[in-house]
Design a binder for this molecule. Sequence first.
Ligand SMILES: Nc1ncnc2c1ncn2[C@@H]1O[C@H](COP(=O)(O)OP(=O)(O)O)[C@@H](O)[C@H]1O
Ligand SMILES: [Mg+2]
Length: 260
Amino acid sequence: MATVYSLASLKGGVSKTTATINIGGAFTTMGLAGANKKVLLIDLDPSGNLTANCGINPASLNKNTSYEVVVGTKAIKDCIIKLEHFDLIPANADLANAPADFLTMYNKSGKQGEKILSQQLWDIGNDYDVIIQDNQPSWNKLLFSSLISADMVLVPVQPAFFSVIGLNEMIKTIKEVKENFDNDVDYRVFLSMFDERRVLDRESLEIIKKEAGDRLLKTKIRNNISVSEASGNYQNIFQYAPQSIGAEDYLNLAKEIVGI
Ligand SMILES: Nc1ncnc2c1ncn2[C@@H]1O[C@H](COP(=O)(O)OP(=O)(O)O)[C@@H](O)[C@H]1O
Ligand SMILES: [Mg+2]
């Protein structure tokens, strides 16, 4: 059965999309945890950044996207695009309708639409080793849908004054989802875009350590221009700059995650 990871944070710009691609790349391009690992990335952000980063224009998509998957109008198998390094379920702006659709479903039939994604993942669980979901930064039923379906939520935190508040909210949300949907999703926190030379970053690290406790991963993803450039070139960091510190950090992060 595939292990399902969900990159989640209530903040934008903290590396969710970047981490989705590069953790995926650690398994495929780097062959982490054995050769021929099958990896599926799922774009659950209506802005389609992950999709665009994979070289697909979200606006060119018609049906067969993650929207159809989460609301259950298409079978997940019919929405998978095969790419060179991993498979992808792409997203476009249609996905923004999902939370309202879940509400309509509930009002009409009492059905909890947020659970559809989990059911869909069961159907392909044996086709993949790793499934990684990228999320939008909003607190809504689409995010819950991802959290419910995951084995492990990965929360990137960028060192900043208010990052600990966002982290607090995210941890609370995961706990609520655990209780309300009676599932046993776990979570880990990691630092993204860390710069050891900055006092603010070092201070933030201490605060985040207190908040995340033993759920904070040891690996810190450092600020590295190659990570940013790789996305612009539609590549993961291991393809674009295998010798960079970004590649080193993301490989260490993926190794640490596999070891949990
Ligand atoms: N380690 C890093 N070093 C430098 N830039 C980074 C790093 N990680 C992400 N970025 C850049 O930060 C921006 C936000 O990242 P992104 O993954 O899109 O965040 P999110 O998906 O959480 O909104 C992007 O421009 C990305 O290229
Ligand atoms: Mg994103």
